[in-house]
Design a protein around this ligand. Structure first.
Ligand code: 7RM
Length: 651
């Protein structure tokens, strides 16, 4: 926590504020300030009012069963997520409304109406059923950002088979471990995907992973690339998507799922080397994403809503697929990167589809800032009416740039804080109500209680830093870590009794606004993606030349944080540029390119406490060029100064 107070100083100087534009307030889905008190006074009734807006086969008889840390919401209620995202909109006149607008990286595109999406989801659900998939079976997806991914998710939800989506940038080993952790029966992948004009070899990685995944029976392969991908199909195991659905019926009755049945598991990095499978269930999760999408993004029937995340992360699950579709909205999905074929791709897509809402990450905004305002200036962005950010703290300069150059100084910005574990947005402005200050996620969403506590569990006074905690259950909260209730308790619920610990540091200001400062645990946030220091370290020590390794997140003006690793080599090995590159490649192979260290520094010693714990905060001070923090607990205080000098000489 020592670093936090330095960060706070700079944030406290921010004094620009932005009132909700009156013309926005007039039309906003929520513009009555009393909503906060009403929701807080009776939060169970408030959430059950939201749940009532969904379609249930059978209504619940009890709103909440809270047996900390285990929560159940909408007890004995029966519903289906796919039905709520599709069927009910067919009945309400949206059959021919665009549900999914998909833009491929090479510029190919496709629009699915709710009717189309319903038909394709039913066909694929029938295909899965023909392979023996039934309620409760787990299905892993390792796919590019193509419509089949959305279709597969909704088909799984329709059958009641929980999905586990693994981001396409992860390595075959990461994929293998995630398949084995939840024992998936089916893998859905593609012959490849496009990224900056290159082909991502998803099928090849899948083949490697499937060499050691005993639970997998079949692998379904989407033909995205064709000839050029040169994939090999394994006859007894691999099936082309098109072959599977060719003769499949157009309808499939949605399974009646219990509110607490698992909808999906999504792996995320924690403080140990092994990623945890965050479990989300049906009724609570859908209620959370439905409510927040409607209010935070002020979603209306004629909006064209675009979230630029990858569906491999929670943001894509909640705010490309489930939240928007549960609302009957038009959602945009883009396969590629923001700078391909040129640095105006985002702005071209907004102009092309006349997007009204854009939800993206600070890291993307900072990249665009660097490329220059001439790129957005080339395009008509006048369709936009609301902007959002997520994934990491946004620096005020990036906020102002976004507001001016993308929002034409007219669009409110919602800086939304949440996590894989929270399922939906928990801290955010409401654009029709909240005065925003660049850099602050402002206030808890109605019905949510978020506080900043000191180490003893007392709320900090305004202006001070502490730990961000959630003191009341909410519908879309994590239910457990897949197969590991103990780890679930230990990770989130032991720091303070009956209170969810987020792992983030934050500050509260005089207005009660929350300023999230970033992780206080061993999690690094690279371009909005979570990586644990331990994961990177295990990958490094897995290399035959490495004796010991420590990794930290160094602040980076583009990515938020970048990985820097300190490595002790085995006795007979000497350091070299070649070895440095080899180690970086090794981490990429073990985890994926997102975990690749920006810098590897070879050292003879690491700063440790007398009990042998590596003091990563001192390594961070070194990598960031700060004065060393408190070194009194070090076993050998002299070595650290030497390490600092050596590091600075090498820079
Ligand atoms: C949605 C998502 C969660 C971590 C979280 C924070 C950081 C996310 C913000 C933010 C400051 C924000 N899920 N974070 N949003 N920090 N302001 N608006 O990102 O599970 O992948 O990451 O991301 O540290 O704990 S996540």
């Amino acid at each position: 926590m020592t670093d936090l107070n330095a960060d706070i100083e700079s944030l406290l100087t921010e004094n620009r504020s932005f009132l909700p534009p009156p013309e926005f307030v007039r039309q906003a889905n929520v513009n009555d300030p009393l909503i906060y008190e009403q929701a807080d006074a009776n939060f169970e009734e408030y959430w059950s009012n939201w749940a009532t807006q969904l379609d249930w086969f059978k209504k619940w008889n009890e709103t909440l069963d809270w047996n900390p840390p285990f929560a159940k919401w909408f007890i004995n209620g029966k519903l289906n997520v796919s039905y709520n995202c599709l069927d009910r909109h067919l009945q309400s006149g949206r059959r021919n409304k665009a549900a999914l607008i998909w833009e491929g990286e090479p510029g190919d595109w496709k629009v699915y109406t709710f009717g189309d999406l319903h038909r394709e989801v039913c066909r694929f659900a029938n295909g899965l059923k023909s392979l023996g998939v039934k309620k409760g079976d787990r299905i892993t997806m390792y796919m590019p950002m193509i419509p089949e991914l959305t279709i597969a998710m909704l088909a799984c939800a329709r059958i009641g088979a929980p999905h586990s989506i693994v981001f396409g940038g992860f390595s075959s080993e990461s994929l293998r471990d995630r398949i084995n952790d939840c024992g998936s029966k089916i893998l859905i992948t593609a012959d490849g995907g496009y990224r900056r004009g290159q082909i991502i070899p998803l099928k090849k990685n899948s083949d490697e992973a499937l060499e050691a995944t005993p639970s997998i029976e079949k692998s379904i392969v989407v033909k995205r690339i064709g000839e050029k991908a040169k994939v090999q199909m394994k006859p007894d195991r691999d099936i082309w998507w098109d072959d599977l659905v060719r003769d499949a019926p157009y309808t499939f009755e949605a399974e009646h799922m219990d509110s607490e049945d698992m909808l999906f598991v999504l792996y995320t990095s924690g403080t140990t080397g092994k990623p945890k499978g965050v479990v989300h269930t049906t009724g609570g999760y859908l209620t959370g994403v439905y409510a927040t999408t409607k209010w935070v993004f002020d979603l209306k029937d004629d909006d064209v809503y675009w979230c630029t995340a990858d569906i491999g992360w929670i943001t894509g699950h909640s705010y490309i697929v489930y939240g928007p579709l549960a609302n009957g909205a038009t959602t945009v999905m883009y396969e590629g990167s923001p700078d391909f074929p040129d640095k105006d791709r985002f702005w071209d897509i907004i102009e092309k589809y006349r997007c009204t809402i854009l939800y993206t990450a600070p890291t993307a905004i900072r990249a665009c800032m660097r490329w220059g305002e001439e790129y957005p200036a080339k395009h008509d962005l006048s369709s936009l009416r609301l902007l959002g950010t997520v994934g990491e703290p946004i620096n005020p300069e990036a906020w102002i740039w976004y507001h001016t150059n993308i929002g034409g100084s007219r669009c409110p910005i919602v800086d939304t804080w949440w996590q894989t574990e929270t399922g939906s947005i928990l801290i955010t402005p409401l654009a029709g109500l909240t005065t925003t200050i660049p850099g602050s996620a402002t206030k808890p969403f109605p019905g949510i209680r978020a506080e900043v506590w000191d180490a003893n569990g007392n709320p900090v006074s305004p202006g001070n830093g502490g730990y961000l905690v959630l003191t009341r259950p909410w519908p879309s909260m994590i239910r457990t870590i897949y197969g590991d209730n103990e780890r679930f308790k230990e990770q989130y619920w032991t720091k303070y009794p009956n209170t969810y610990f987020t792992g983030d540091g934050a500050k509260i200001d005089e207005n009660g606004y929350i300023w999230v400062l970033g992780r206080v645990d061993d999690v690094i946030n690279v371009a909005g993606h979570r990586i644990s220091t331990m994961e990177v370290e295990s990958a490094l020590v897995d290399h035959s030349s490495v004796a010991e390794a420590a990794s930290i997140g160094r602040s980076d003006s583009l990515k938020g944080q970048a990985v820097v690793s300190f490595v002790i080599l085995k006795d007979a090995i000497s350091s070299s540029k070649i070895l440095e590159d080899e180690l970086k490649a090794h981490v990429t192979k073990k985890i994926g390119a997102i975990a690749r260290p920006d810098k590897i520094f070879f050292t003879a010693d690491l700063p440790k406490t007398r009990s042998g714990k590596i003091m990563r905060r001192l390594l961070r001070d070194i990598a960031e060029g700060h004065v060393l923090g408190d070194t009194t607990t070090l076993a050998d205080a002299s070595a650290i100064e030497l390490l600092k000098d050596q590091y600075e000489d090498a820079e």
